[in-house]
Ligand binder design. Structure first.
Ligand SMILES: NC(=O)c1ccc[n+]([C@@H]2O[C@H](COP(=O)([O-])OP(=O)(O)OC[C@H]3O[C@@H](n4cnc5c(N)ncnc54)[C@H](O)[C@@H]3O)[C@@H](O)[C@H]2O)c1
Length: 356
């Protein structure tokens, strides 16, 4: 049911980092109205609702689900809660936008996909890379045939570690850097090739003292996986928490007739030299002195704005969820990362389709 103003009504669960990404993106979408927000931290919630002009706030997401003005529930809580919040939303007849990863376990991810399918509701997997303007343009160029047939893709997301206390233990997050960061390249590889991954060979640091840097982290702080796609295309994906200097997201696509390279985070047209420093350069950058390449608008360049506008349109016009951003795509992505963990643990290639 739309809001009184005829807009798609949004309820956001989680009012911190991802909550802010979603709230900013929805605020820029003319067809969306953020009806309510929910968090178990009252102080944080009050600041959040005031900042974004949200009228209703809830401390219990079950209560929020009863609000008839909410069409879409945006899940911006730690990974281990994605399943419970999504199932409550589904039960209440709401569509869902779920942050990555879809869930911490394959069982939960499967249950979510099945429940939404059964109810005819939309489960939208928030893979922002698929909507990032530079990667959208890269896909258009590749689809046009400019680089011939794709042979090999190299893609990574890396920074110096998650800020979230929930990212420190496996029960809360389901994995380390390869899950949290490597899920973006894993999704994008499937999306741009239109192929399923049929084999994964991986190496990861194994947590705590086996990590390269983060000895208090239960999950890995470095993970790399070699993927083989159904047609033989290869991809190397990487997620690491050992990168200083700001979030580094890069994609290289090698084809029979050419190459496409995308620098998603350091590709700013702005260059700044400052001896004093300034307030913000880009995500996870800790220094702003000397030469820097400040982001102009990460909500846009990393895809959140166009992603959430696409999801709102999808609900408003009852369109199918875009390929690459369906619940099933979240499930397939999780399977690739879980296959990587199994491969690293058992020292053998693993077919992620066996985990679906
Ligand atoms: N797509 C992206 O680029 C991106 C970026 C950052 C985070 N994320 C994802 O977003 C999710 C949240 O991450 P974050 O960095 O915002 O975490 P965070 O720890 O910064 O914030 C979590 C929020 O959830 C709230 N919360 C916790 N338990 C709750 C409960 N039971 N009921 C209601 N609210 C509760 C907290 O109060 C907080 O507001 C994670 O799944 C993460 O992987 C995605």
């Amino acid at each position: 049911m739309p809001t009184k103003a005829g807009k798609v009504g949004i309820g956001i669960v989680g009012s911190k980092f991802a909550g802010e990404l979603h709230a900013t993106a929805y605020s820029r979408c003319a067809d969306a109205e953020i009806v309510a927000a929910c968090s178990n931290r009252p102080d944080e919630l009050e600041e959040f609702t005031t900042r974004f002009g949200i009228n209703k706030s809830y401390s219990d997401y079950h209560e929020m689900m009863k609000d008839p003005e909410i069409d879409i529930v945006s899940i911006c809580v730690p990974n281990f809660l994605h399943h419970a919040v999504a199932m409550a939303a589904c039960e209440a007849g709401k569509h869902v936008v779920c942050e990555k990863p879809l869930a911490t376990t394959m069982e939960h991810a499967r249950e979510m996909v099945e429940a939404f399918d059964k109810k005819g509701l939309k489960l939208m997997y928030a893979e922002d890379w698929n909507f990032a303007p530079a990667l959208v343009r890269a896909k258009e160029i590749v689809d046009e045939g400019a680089i011939g047939r794709i042979l090999y893709i190299r893609a990574k997301e890396s920074h110096n570690g998650s800020h979230s206390p929930f990212a420190q233990t496996l029960d809360y997050c389901g994995g380390g850097a390869l899950l949290h960061l490597g899920c973006h390249p894993a999704s994008f590889v499937r999306y741009i090739t239109g192929q399923e991954v049929v084999e994964v060979v991986a190496s990861i640091t194994e947590g705590f003292e086996k990590n390269l840097v983060h000895h208090g982290l239960e999950g890995e702080d470095f993970g790399v996986a070699l993927l083989t796609l159904a047609d033989g295309t290869r991809a190397v994906i990487e997620g690491n928490y050992v990168t200083q200097g700001g979030m580094d997201d890069c994609v290289e696509i090698y084809g029979t007739e050419g190459v496409v390279k995308v620098d998603l985070t350091f590709g700013s047209p702005l260059s700044v030299y400052s001896s004093r420093g300034y307030s913000y350069v880009l995500e996870k950058a800790d220094l702003s002195t000397g030469w820097t390449k400040p982001a102009i608008d990460e909500f846009y360049s990393l895809g959140y704005e166009t992603e959430l506008a696409a999801f709102v349109r999808c609900v408003k016009e009852d369109l199918p969820v875009p390929e690459g951003a369906r619940g099933i795509d979240g499930l397939a992505t999780l399977a690739i990362v879980k296959a990587a963990y199994q491969s690293a643990a058992e020292g053998r290639p693993v077919d992620p389709r066996e985990l679906w």
